[in-house]
Design a protein around this ligand. Structure first.
Ligand code: ADP
Length: 273
């Protein structure tokens, strides 16, 4: 069982009676601990590239009369500063995902449009690795009521990872399906990449969790992408799950409630498809 933290106030009411107030602050304590861990992680992640930059800058000064060395070290400096920029950008995204309430900005959108947008946003990286992004669709119009930006961020991150963790000349499939019987819309991002070990599957959505920290860092990963993605999906009223066969690929599935009013809306203003 989890340890509970209770705050007990004892106050005298008069000479004969005392009042005892007991407040359960376990949640608050847990939250504070999580926040502290987070700050520790962020500091560590920032310190690593910052320290590397300082060291490289020093080295470059020593090697000033060797053009090859200068070129090599300045390349490394660029890479490290890119890592810093990525991390700060991700932190801003995470902060935004955690602080906005999707309910306020929910609108009716076609999940297929969102997936096409997200695929488009990854087109350059995909082309770079000769990866074919295939968008497929089944069932009727996949209309959902969500914060469009949040859903786009989520799908964009999944496709980005799919490309990132796949070898060249493979296919990433982004599939949108409407399931009338279940009243849901699913978005699946399927890759033919390195896969995820089974024991890591339920941890990959944690902030800063990486299956292979060195590989992730080397390739510009921050370990925040899936934490942001999960937040965005939940903000959209959905759930996300991962499935994988190590060595042959991964599938991420977002499930969202189908917008109940979608069909009438389709009929009246032609929105959706
Ligand atoms: P990162 O910036 O490291 O990619 P994420 O939060 O996006 O961070 O992902 C967490 C970890 O989950 C990654 O470091 C990687 O080990 C694993 N992962 C995520 N997506 C995939 C994928 N499509 N294929 C294989 N591994 C993945």
């Amino acid at each position: 069982a989890r340890q509970r933290h209770l705050l007990i106030h004892v106050g005298a009411i008069d000479g004969h009676r005392v009042a005892v107030f007991i407040r359960d602050i376990s949640e608050r304590r847990r939250f504070e601990m999580m926040r502290r861990d987070f700050v520790t992680n962020v500091s560590h992640e920032l310190k690593t590239p910052a320290g590397a930059i300082a060291l490289l800058a020093e080295t470059i000064t020593d090697a000033a009369d060797d053009p090859d060395a200068v070129r090599y070290f300045s390349g490394r400096i660029s890479k490290e500063s890119e890592r810093l920029t990525n991390l700060v950008q991700r932190l801003i995204e995470l902060q935004r995902a955690e602080s906005t309430s999707g309910v306020a900005s929910a609108q009716q959108v076609d999940a297929l449009d969102v997936v096409k947008d997200a695929a488009q946003q990854n087109a350059v990286q995909a082309e770079h690795k000769h990866i074919d992004i295939r968008v497929t669709h089944s069932g009727g119009p996949a209309v959902v009521r969500v914060d469009r930006r949040a859903l786009t961020t989520a799908v964009k991150n999944l496709i980005e990872n799919a490309i990132h963790y796949s070898p060249s000349d493979t296919t990433v499939t982004a599939d949108v399906a409407r399931h009338d019987a279940e009243g849901t819309v699913t978005i699946r991002v399927i890759d033919q990449g390195i896969g995820i070990p089974e024991q890591s599957l339920d941890r990959i959505f944690e902030r800063f969790y990486r299956v292979d920290p060195a590989r992730s860092r080397d390739t510009g990963g921050t370990g925040l992408g899936l934490a942001i993605t999960k937040h965005c999906v939940e903000e959209c009223g959905g759930t996300i799950s991962a499935w994988s066969h190590e060595g042959s690929g991964s599938t991420f599935t977002i499930e969202l409630p189908l917008d109940g009013d979608a069909d009438e809306a389709d009929a009246s203003d032609g929105a959706g498809a």
